[in-house]
Design a protein around this ligand. Sequence first.
Ligand SMILES: [Zn+2]
Length: 290
Amino acid sequence: MKTELPVSPDQTPHRKSWPAFKALALNVCLTLCLFSAQGCRTAAKNQAVHLPARHSVSAEQLIVLSDFKLGQEHPLFQDLIQLREDVAATLNIPLNSEQVTVYLFSNQEEYRNYLDLTYPGLPPRRAYFVGTPKELAVYTFWGDRIQEDLRHEFTHGLLHASLKTVPLWLDEGLAEYFEVAGNTPGQINRDHASRLTAALNNGWKPDMKRLEQLEKVSQMQRVDYQEAWAWTHFMLNSTPEARDALLAYLSELKTNESPEVLSARLPRDIPGVEDRFVNYVASLNTFPSR
Ligand SMILES: [Zn+2]
């Protein structure tokens, strides 16, 4: 439980700066303070609402809190520890020590009740990442897609622990990239690949500048997640020049909140980048699993 008063999100420089996020960040602090003063509040259906806390398992910068036992050796937990290494190595970002707390609810109902009370009006999603001045937190529940959800949200936590900020579209592109489990990062998201192929056949044109204008999670549609994933996959796997452009950008984000945008850098480093990207997207469906 938090006992300290909330501070303005603006006081921590490495948090997201989009307005909706600021509201959320303050909201979560206030709610947690209410909890510590009054104990658990009651949601609809008269069910006690509380964060999972009975069991904890931790290693490196990860701590998972749950009301059921999840051992240190559990494959899901070990997968996240490996993911941390993979994200740092792939993106050349430091292995940070700032803790990321995962609140793993036992079921969807308890998770939903907690979110409905804490963040009224949030669209229903299987998992959320919320960064506040006090905490990098992941909220999710034990379900069929728990590994994918944990990998996605933990990636957000790792990025925000190491960088001053991350543009929303790239934040999501990287989370989508690393959520696909496998022997190596960069596995193909088959659903995204087939939808993008269909979109190309229907005349869809990629537009990174448009993605860069998106500032709120509520503005991000499925097609935006798909395109963000594809740009990320392209930059990390097509050519050394594309990878270097992304890594240089991320490196600047460690200390600079607004470096020159990627849509301005890529055409300089990679002549004909739009056509090359389209060709890359068209070939994604043929990539073998690694
Ligand atoms: Zn996300």
